[in-house]
Design a protein. Structure first.
Length: 256
């Protein structure tokens, strides 16, 4: 399954689940046209975020994950200008410490053997980080106009057909129904429900705080890789994980 088709299935699942939760999670007042425009852009930016990230991961996983998590840095820089949020020294230091921990934890000692693949992975992941940062900012801008379920559903209405249009015709002809069903099933938790939880939390804390806390995600991924698949869990993982968790604790204790 190619990156575009994989992204389409995940986005369609997220849209369906959020459509169901929207039945009970709705705003009473109609949104302005400006807010609707931001939701449409959210659909475009999230589609590109998912597509570029999946493409990067297919090339070099460690490089893709590391570069993708430039997002907190981008949000921390943009939030004071776009959202008028105050970037405290504590948050800035936490972002730097988290990125350092991530670099220690994920960068391979010898580096990837295929340098061309690594550069392409970095380029795709950097593009994904830009769009992901845009998602964080826009979700704050539309917080008063759309509930979390509404924002996820309506942006999915835009993103799903956009991603589907990028799927090669040959891929549709060889579609494996079992693979699609399995991907849709596992996307309910990490995709839809986690996405709703993230948007809910994002609206209750500064954007820079929320995006920094997402750096716990690769730490969890590395830990699960060691527990489930027996992947190496050495001193660098412990040091990097300690930096990430320590920085996250600093952010959570910061005044909002």
């Amino acid at each position: 399954m190619g990156a575009a088709l994989e992204s389409t299935v995940v986005m369609a699942t997220m849209t369906l689940v959020s459509g169901l939760t929207m039945l009970r999670d709705r705003t009473m007042q109609p949104a302005s046209w400006k807010a609707r425009g931001w939701v449409a852009w959210l659909g475009v930016s999230d589609a590109m975020n998912v597509l570029l990230y999946f493409a990067a991961v297919r090339l070099v996983i460690t490089v893709a994950v590391l570069v993708h998590y430039l997002t907190p840095v981008l949000v921390a820089v943009a939030a004071p200008f776009v959202l008028r949020e105050t970037l405290t020294r504590r948050t800035a230091l936490a972002v730097i410490a988290s990125m350092g921990g991530l670099a220690i934890m994920l960068t391979p000692a010898s580096g990837p053997s295929d340098r061309a693949a690594a550069w392409w992975a970095a380029a795709f992941a950097a593009g994904s980080a830009v769009f992901y940062a845009s998602n964080v900012i826009v979700n704050k801008l539309i917080a008063s106009a759309f509930s979390p379920s509404e924002a996820m559903f309506w942006h999915g209405v835009v993103a799903t057909p956009l991603l589907a249009s990028m799927v090669p015709c040959a891929a549709w002809a060889t579609l494996d129904a079992r693979a699609v069903g399995f991907l849709a099933l596992v996307a309910i938790g990490p995709g839809a429900l986690a996405g709703l939880a993230y948007v809910w939390g994002l609206r209750r804390m500064p954007a820079a705080h929320a995006s920094t806390l997402t750096l716990i995600e690769p730490l969890v991924a590395v830990s699960l890789g060691a527990a489930v698949f027996g992947e190496p869990f050495g001193p660098r993982t412990l040091i990097g994980g300690a930096l990430i968790l320590g920085a996250s604790l600093v952010v959570m204790r910061s005044p909002t």
